[in-house]
Design a protein around this ligand. Sequence first.
Ligand code: DHB
Ligand code: MG
Length: 223
Amino acid sequence: MQTEIYAEVDAYLEQNLLKPDPVLEKIARDSAAAGLVPHAVTALQAQFLALLIQMNRVESVLEIGCLGGYSAVAMARALPEHGRLITTEIDTRTAEIAQKNIDESGFGSRIGLRVGPAMTVLDQAIAEGQIFDFIFIDADKVNHKNYLERALDLSRPGTVIVADNIVRGGAVIDAESLENSVRGVRDMFAYAQSLKQVEMTALQTVGEKGYDGMAIFRMTGNA
Ligand code: DHB
Ligand code: MG
């Protein structure tokens, strides 16, 4: 795998396409310094999510899997002033780091961080009848299918759902894989294909974080 050239091209694209971003750069720095795993989306991917949000005039976002708050802030920043983003984090210490990053970003008033297992948070949101314009699934991949299922219950026709990490270095095509995360992704796709009310595609991605991909779903009807 030509991972070096992927990272070099990512650096080139970042330098030539993105503006200096002290807010997200600080979150990346502080998250690394706090010892969080380097699993946040890249700067270019964060901008991709922000553009999707703006192109769809999104006002409410649900993020499943917060980590250090990098993507949460990138997405919240793309919302209109009155926009709101809910994000979930299972790990208490990670959530403390994320909340600090969010508070220091200047976009904290738009972001609600819910600490606990994502399934619990999602079931609560469903019970409350919450509906979102945009949903980003980026927590443990084992539950990808379960998160997509819940996401549909939190959607309206037109809601866009993006699921991260659906290629896993190519491992996704291994039907015999014993890796739980691969099985989670494959379960998600098997489930998604059974749905009448979604249109979807996927993009393979390469870059500074290796070889992976994102799936994009659009709700066409009620779930
Ligand atoms: C992993 C998780 C992520 O969300 C990601 O973007 C990359 C890797 C992981 O758990 O390995
Ligand atoms: Mg991810």
